[in-house]
Design a binder for this molecule. Structure first.
Ligand SMILES: [Zn+2]
Ligand SMILES: [Zn+2]
Length: 397
């Protein structure tokens, strides 16, 4: 292992990071509505003297720092933070509680923005050490709307010549300050299915004169689970969940149609493709045998977030130097999804976690109305992002 890499976070910056996180926590914004947040980000980056680009992928912001005084050559890297909150009513009784009903930073993205801004400040203070080009990238709409894809489609990678991508996520499942890594598939792919089963309505007492879509939909909900248990290699994790089923109005009427919605998760592109095909096949078979018809839509949302092995080994070694071996761990895969995957599909990348669990108040799961973080974790994230900015352009594989 290489020598320790000391990244001091001056008290003033540590205090500012916490204050920024609390301010953003009080003012959460939903996906593609992050106007206040993006404005703060752009103002701060400009004040630091970075070249700032706004409106990329709607509300996305990129701050660019090119080389140091010695203009040392090196790779162009991006460090990513996501900016959006969730439509949740916060139940925490804290001074920085959300001021907007049904808007909440319940995933920790407020911390991600604060940490990356803190890192940018330290990096600017150590500007002479910087090689290559650092893109501080703040993206909109991670929660379900694929803001990363919108930025990629907007050409952000080509526009800045980004060669490597790094991102982090606070994680309430892990102890505060622990830096967590996973080589290869880390977060699952996440897709949606939308189904309408069309039957023939009628009197509840005369099912033989109808085609009952409630009965057909019920058979489908049960049968679709055979895909995971009988069609997918048991070594490969996969999930199908039907999360919504809507049909009918009263006791004695067979409705004409039933609508279903579900989510599909996998860790492998082939498994993902197979699930899409099989789900429709099961639906088709059941509808045909019952005389019903259907409309089926498979919405391809987030691909698997896959960490490049070499990049992950590099960032893991960097974390050992920055945080100490005892604070670095290999962490399990997660069935959740991350749109960082759209960056990782295009350039060698590593996404890692920063544990944020410091006790009962910060142990709630992400997306829970009581979610909160142990703010001591923010320092670890600032140090990791700073270390990547200083080291990766020269030394990343
Ligand atoms: Zn989330
Ligand atoms: Zn998140």
């Amino acid at each position: 292992m290489s020598a320790a890499l000391t990244i001091d976070v001056p008290t003033e910056i540590a205090t500012e990071v916490v204050a920024t996180r609390r301010d953003l926590h009080e003012h959460p914004e939903l996906g593609f509505e992050e106007h206040r947040t993006a404005g703060i980000v752009a103002d701060r980056l400009r004040a630091l003297g970075l070249e700032v680009h706004t409106g990329i992928g709607q509300t996305g912001v990129v701050g660019v720092l090119k080389g140091g005084a010695r203009a040392r050559p090196g790779k162009t890297i991006m460090l990513r933070a996501d900016m959006d909150g969730l439509p949740i009513d916060e139940e925490n009784d804290v001074p920085y509680r959300s001021r907007t009903p049904v808007h909440m930073h319940a995933c920790g993205h407020d911390g991600h923005v604060a940490m990356l801004l803190g890192a940018a400040r330290i990096v600017m203070d150590r500007r002479d050490e910087v090689a290559g080009t650092i893109c501080f990238l703040f993206q909109p709409a991670e929660e379900g709307k694929g803001g990363a894809k919108v930025m990629v489609d907007d050409g952000v990678l080509e526009r800045f010549g980004i060669e490597r991508a790094y991102g982090l996520h606070l994680a309430s499942a892990h102890p505060a300050g622990q830096v967590g890594f996973r080589e290869g598939a880390f977060y699952a792919s996440s897709d949606s299915i939308e189904i309408t089963v069309e039957g023939k309505g009628g009197h509840g007492a005369s099912p033989h004169l109808s085609v009952d879509p409630v009965y057909v939909a019920s058979q489908f909900v049960v049968a679709v689970q055979q895909i995971v248990s009988r069609n997918i290699d048991p070594i490969e994790p996969a999930v199908i969940t039907i999360g919504a089923i809507h049909g009918g109005t009263t006791h004695n009427v067979i409705p004409s149609r039933v609508k279903l919605m579900g989510t599909v998760r996998a860790f492998d592109a082939d498994v993902r493709a197979k699930m899409a095909e099989r789900i429709e096949r099961v639906l088709r078979g059941i509808c045909e045998s019952s005389g019903a018809t259907y409309a089926f839509e498979y919405l391809w949302r987030y691909p698997v977030t896959s960490n490049d092995v070499e990049q992950t080994r590099y960032v893991r070694a960097l974390a050992q130097r920055v945080a100490g071996d005892e604070h670095v761990a290999n962490v399990p895969k997660l069935m959740g999804a991350e749109d960082f995957s759209f960056f990782a599909e295009r350039v060698p990348a590593c996404f890692f976690t920063i544990g944020s669990n410091g006790g009962p108040d910060s142990s709630w799961p992400h997306h829970h109305a009581r979610f909160d973080i142990d703010e001591s974790a923010l320092q670890t994230g600032v140090r990791m992002m700073t270390a990547l900015a200083l080291d990766a352009p020269l030394h990343a594989p």
